[in-house]
Design a protein around this ligand. Structure first.
Ligand SMILES: [Zn+2]
Length: 386
């Protein structure tokens, strides 16, 4: 089969034997595979990333001297099953699958490990248990967005965003755009999106953002008064004293009323902010700009050492949450939400290439004006994304 290998940061199309499904595995014909920012990052920095994974207690991550086939965002057609499989999903079925593969006790990340090659290829082996049939005749293009959209789905769930909340999305690359699509699918009324690139701001609008901001001109947090947030510590202290004063005028002791308000979960309004950039300094920028008691969900993967000033976050009682990937249920729900037309993520797809165009696509993705998500179609001969 044809596959794109990465070794010593070089991408090359090669002929290699198709992978053989082992125990509990299934073999897929790849229909589409998305190029992920993680792939771009792993190409040049996987040794550093490997070190971070080892420190987290995971030893199977790729290294630069290995021959790795990327590709963890895919949709394919079942061709065959390995020994000991249940074979419940028949050959010919179109599926997506979580990119994890068991080899005995070990679990590999498909497309980010040497042993479990990914879907930048004509064939890929997946864990049978983790396959989800594509419902509703959904196109392979949109089905291939399941994995990145599941990341966004999980992030929004972890953010516990209510429909009436204001969500602020910092960074409108594929991750930020995905978060915007999921927020709108979940009925969140006000989604503010911020990005320096005009192209990405246009995509954010297409994904449903209600307010789009150029942070070079305005802070994404500038309208805090309009949304009823408390922007300054001064205001927070005033609120405490004013509330105490008001409750003191009631005929019942103020502490009973205050306790009741606590029990009911009454609290000052605050936004849920999604950090979707993953570059040093962004977290501090958010902490500096965010209103009091903001909830910050960190989705952008910053693998460099970053600095924050905790005292500022303490003064504002900022709630920081970090998120990773998704559960099998979130993955399935995401695919079904896309297939039912509830989760609209089509604007993310900005190009399609063949395996011979992967190198060019990696370069093209460096320009935020033109591209968000480029999909690989292994049957295509396109050498530049179109
Ligand atoms: Zn990814």
């Amino acid at each position: 089969m044809k596959a794109v290998i990465c070794k010593e940061a070089k991408l090359k199309v090669v002929d290699r034997p198709a992978p053989v499904p082992g125990k509990g595995h299934a073999l897929l014909k790849v229909l589409r595979c998305g190029i992920c920012g993680s792939d771009l990052h792993a190409r040049h920095h996987c040794d550093h990333w490997n070190g971070l994974m080892v420190r987290t207690g995971y030893n199977g991550f790729m290294r630069s001297d290995q021959e790795v086939v990327f590709g963890h965002e895919f949709c394919g057609e079942v061709l065959d099953h390995g020994p000991g499989s249940s074979k419940k999903i028949k050959p010919g079925t179109r599926v997506c699958a979580l990119p994890l593969l068991r080899h005995g006790e070990a679990i590999d990340l498909i497309g980010l490990s040497e042993r479990s090659s990914g879907a930048y290829a004509e064939r890929v082996v997946v864990e049978e248990l983790l396959m989800v049939p594509v419902p509703n005749g959904l196109s392979a293009d949109l089905a291939a967005l399941t994995e990145p959209m599941a990341v966004a789905w999980h992030a929004v769930r972890r953010g516990e965003v209510k429909k009436k909340d204001v969500a602020i999305v910092i960074g409108c690359g594929p991750v930020g755009l995905g978060v915007i699509c999921v927020l709108k699918a979940m009925g969140v009324q006000t989604v503010v999106a911020s990005d320096f690139s005009p192209g990405r701001r246009a995509l954010a609008q297409k994904c449903g953002a209600d307010v789009v901001i150029d942070p070079a001109a305005t802070s994404p947090f500038a309208s805090w008064k309009d949304y009823g947030f408390i922007g300054e510590l001064d205001g927070g202290l005033s609120l405490l004293l004013d509330t105490r004063e008001k409750l003191g005028k009631l005929p019942i002791p103020w502490w009973h009323t205050w306790r009741l308000a606590d029990t009911l979960g009454l609290a000052p309004k605050r936004p849920v902010i999604f950090e979707c950039v993953g570059v040093p300094g962004v977290l501090q920028n958010i902490i500096d700009g965010a209103p009091l008691t903001s909830r910050v969900v960190v989705v952008g993967v910053c693998s460099k050492t970053d600095q924050i000033e905790p005292a500022i976050a303490i003064n504002k009682e900022i709630d920081l949450r970090f998120v990773l990937a998704y559960t099998p249920l979130e993955y399935r729900d995401t695919l079904h939400a896309i297939a039912e037309g509830k989760l609209k993520c089509e604007p993310l797809i900005t190009g399609i290439v063949g395996l011979g165009g992967v190198d060019a696509a990696f370069s093209a993705l460096g320009d935020p004006e033109r591209h968000a998500k480029i999909l690989i179609d292994p049957t295509s001969t396109a050498t530049t994304p179109h």
